[in-house]
Unconditional design. Sequence first.
Length: 493
Amino acid sequence: MNFKLSIANDYARVKTDCLVLGCFSDQKRWPGSLPTTTRKQLTALQGSGDLSGKPEETRWLYQISSVSAGRILLIGCGPRADWDEKGYRAFLGAAARQLLRSPVKTAAFALPGKVHGRAGGWHASQLASTLTTSTYRYHRTLSKPAAKPSLHRVNLLQDSSRGQAQLKAGLQRGQAIGNGINTARELGDLPGNICTPAYLAQRARKLAKGQASVTTRVLEEKQMEALGMGALLSVSRGSEQAAKLITIDYRGGDKSTSPVALVGKGITFDSGGISLKPGARMDEMKYDMCGAASVIGTMQALIELQAPVNVVAIIPASENLPSGSATKPGDIVTSMAGLTIEVLNTDAEGRLVLCDALSYAGKFKPSAVIDIATLTGACIVALGHHNAGLLSNHQALADQLLTAGRDSGDTAWQLPLEKAYQKQLHSNFADLANIGGPAAGTITAACFLSRFAEKYHWAHLDIAGVAWTQGAKKGATGRPVALLLEYLLQAAN
Ligand code: BES
Ligand code: MN
Ligand code: ZN
């Protein structure tokens, strides 16, 4: 998709297949940039009840002689007083759905109004990311891929050249974010027999190709063994696929600033291992690498933008399968940190791969470490499918991430990381157990991780409820790429 800013104060002359306009339910006047005849026509539609301006109402108008645009697409925006971030995103989403179903090749957006407290660049970024993600179609394993949408050029109309630079930067940023989200979605949607640990490693290597500021490194099992990563390796023991520890090191910022580390859970299929999961919907456990996918999508966007930040991505990648060599309940393993772990349930494997990755992250002297993981079913019970779970050992970092969630619309909600929960991880035979019982499963999982993240500021995002959708529209969401980029780009400014 091609995004462009157009300075135009006479919409009659905008050459496009489709002019996109918003309509508030209490819209009294239409923009002066529209010709008088068009404005009269729109007012007449409101009078006849054909245009109410209800949220997400869509109306196509064809062959309007007073404008050069081939069509006008009207999107209902609800009451003007309620116009907010959610409403604006709904407007963009509804417009994108309509446009992509139509033969329209080029569209020009006139924004219905500014969301209070949001700059022009934010509006532009939201527009570009929404339009970009709405073009995502899974195709890798379909013999007849869905037809490519006709829409390939979108103009953002602005009546004056004020704030041009910010708007242009916003469009560019939004497109990179959208591309990053689409990459994360594709990786998530790929089946476990294609998207293996080796496949993730290959995708990570691709990111570094021709990029002087990016270094990808892949540690093999032998090297992990030498580092003492007994927890991570205990997960891959049952699988024919070798585990990989992937790092993507991007240095776009000042040499002297320490990097942020992003650690993404990369279980390319989670059967539960010997603690085998029930069969129903087990296929969805191909999505157990969505943390890793979000990290790769985020790195891709940073590279596309050549963002002035230093970020290291660390991805522990493995399958979790049962076999004669698989780890068994009751087995005790030693982590890289030296702590011994009693594996009471082999299905609590995420924390086992993450704990060694967190120890490894310390080597980069990070200013902050954020791990992203489809870690607990309990997080879906607690927060459903709207918010990621957030736990942190540093409130300022948690606050930054919560804000980034609200700004991007990719939200998180904080849960308490209190010492009191730690005793649920008690083991008679090891330093800690890998499960904490049925109560507060998301918190005890984070408590487990916190034991390996004591040396730096750390936050954990449990994305079990938000990484993919179920049902007829089953598919990866690409969350929390938008949140992570918002956080990283805000920290850069
Ligand atoms: N990958 C799962 C968590 C999960 C389950 C995410 C369902 C999304 C949907 C994780 O590895 C897991 O199996 N967790 C267990 C932990 C339990 C054994 C303490 C769980 O949540 O049941
Ligand atoms: Mn599991
Ligand atoms: Zn898992």
